[in-house]
Write a protein that binds this ligand. Sequence first.
Ligand SMILES: Cc1cc2nc3c(=O)[nH]c(=O)nc-3n(C[C@H](O)[C@H](O)[C@H](O)COP(=O)(O)OP(=O)(O)OC[C@H]3O[C@@H](n4cnc5c(N)ncnc54)[C@H](O)[C@@H]3O)c2cc1C
Length: 529
Amino acid sequence: MSSAAENLTSPLLDKLRATVGAEHLILDALECEYYAQDVFSAASPAAAVVAPADKHQLAQVVHAAVEAGVAVVARGGGMSYTSGYVPAEPNSLVIDMSRMNRVLEINREDMFVTVEAGISWQALHKALKGTGLRTPYWGTLSGRYATVGGGLSQNSVFWGSGRHGSAVDSVIGLEVFLANGSILNTGSAAQLNASPFFRHYGPDLTGLFCGDCGALGFKATATLKLIPEAQAQAFASFAFERYEDMAPAMSEIARKELASECFGFDPVLQAQRMKRESLATDAKQFVGALKSAGGLGKAIKQGTKMAVSGRRFMDDVKWSFHFMTEGRTEASAEACLEAAREIVSRHQGRELADSIPRLVRANPFGPVNSMLGPEGERWVPVHGLLPHSKTVETIGKIEDLFAGHRQDMERLGIETGYLLATVSTNCFVIEPVFFWPDEMMEIHRRSVEADHLKRLKAFEQNLPAREAVVRLRADLGRLLQESGAVHLQVGKAYRYREGLKPESYALVSALKDVLDPAHRINPGCLGLD
Ligand SMILES: Cc1cc2nc3c(=O)[nH]c(=O)nc-3n(C[C@H](O)[C@H](O)[C@H](O)COP(=O)(O)OP(=O)(O)OC[C@H]3O[C@@H](n4cnc5c(N)ncnc54)[C@H](O)[C@@H]3O)c2cc1C
């Protein structure tokens, strides 16, 4: 295996070493391989990995690499699976953002928080704890590792999304380093004398770098809006026989803005979730759930309900969704829950014990063990964002696609499931996921909890199944594009270029030429090579 020293010139390596210090310049071949693999794919190992301590070091690193003609790619928490940070070119430099993880300012008067882009959602959540404030959107389920910079670069959804939309809906401004080494402020901070208190001033320069998958520049810092933390929460779970009933119920709840989070499973994912959750885990999470439940009397009552229901309550459940809501007062949270119950009963749903949403909420940034299947199978999701009017029809088309490949999938041991979710009032997420027996990668071994890892099988390399998943994933991408879906996490995997109107893509392409004329920043993302 070649080492980085052979791939990058020594003047560049000397400059990088002088900038970040030798201990933050990784040249070890195995580490360079690890930093260039995401949860699904691996391509060329990085030639070197460099971890800047702050924005000044970041600027110098980017400038030195671009000047030397080396492709340079940012890696946040590494939790994605669309090759966003997997280098497209063999001799790329990967910038590990993990040292840029500080909260720079919590401004309670002007209601914003400024962070370095490499901070995880979990660390931001902890930093705001006790202030009575939070960001409207507050992270992904992978937020133990996934960063604010990664979430804004790909856009992401989950915590807070039911009411507040996706990650980019909560950002006010960015500091971005461009290929020429200059720094660009966006939002009100672009005004000569202003602070980063507001997003819009002329064209939305912040939006330009949101969802760019890091292809237009390097986010050094991000400023997010603050809102008061909710004082009350309410939870419920509902079961349905058919997605044709469940999806419209979720849509109606979204349109009425009743949920802070609303997510559902198909029968396969539902069964897996129950298999995965050992009773021991339930007991551990139970304590956290009690704490987050509010008043003690209520907590004991709810706790008893959860303990009694255990996991058996899900035994005969097919499709299910889980509802969380928040309010300024208990009465307002309860009113949203009551309205959701009424919608569910009109759509042939029935209420279940609310253990799942309570457990998920109790530990919002839990371990990322679900990046492998329950036995240790490999896992990869594909998703589409759709208007409510197209949800049921699109799930039907996906079911037909799977039915057409059923024999092959059974032969190769490929299983599928669905995660469904709503985002704000106007968007429905359909996320089919694949599981197949195949060997783990280093990223799985380092990210999944050690105890959990011990319980999993070690599957052997299974290229026929993996290649079939790659083909199915591409077919699904095409189907979703034809159905009018758009995507988060475009990376190098979705058909962004092919799916965009030519005038729109020409503008994206022209912006790339202006911001990164030599195409040295994350080539290949968004189809920009
Ligand atoms: C178990 C699990 C659960 C998940 N749950 C969710 C979920 O709830 N919701 C959801 O939307 N997704 C989820 N994901 C997917 C993934 O975690 C998210 O897409 C997340 O936003 C990735 O963030 P990251 O910091 O890990 O980014 P990375 O994977 O490190 O990078 C993503 C992209 O952003 C770019 N990038 C990163 N930092 C910067 C920067 N500072 N400047 C410029 N470009 C940058 C990279 O080059 C790359 O193109 C989950 C994944 C796993 C494995």
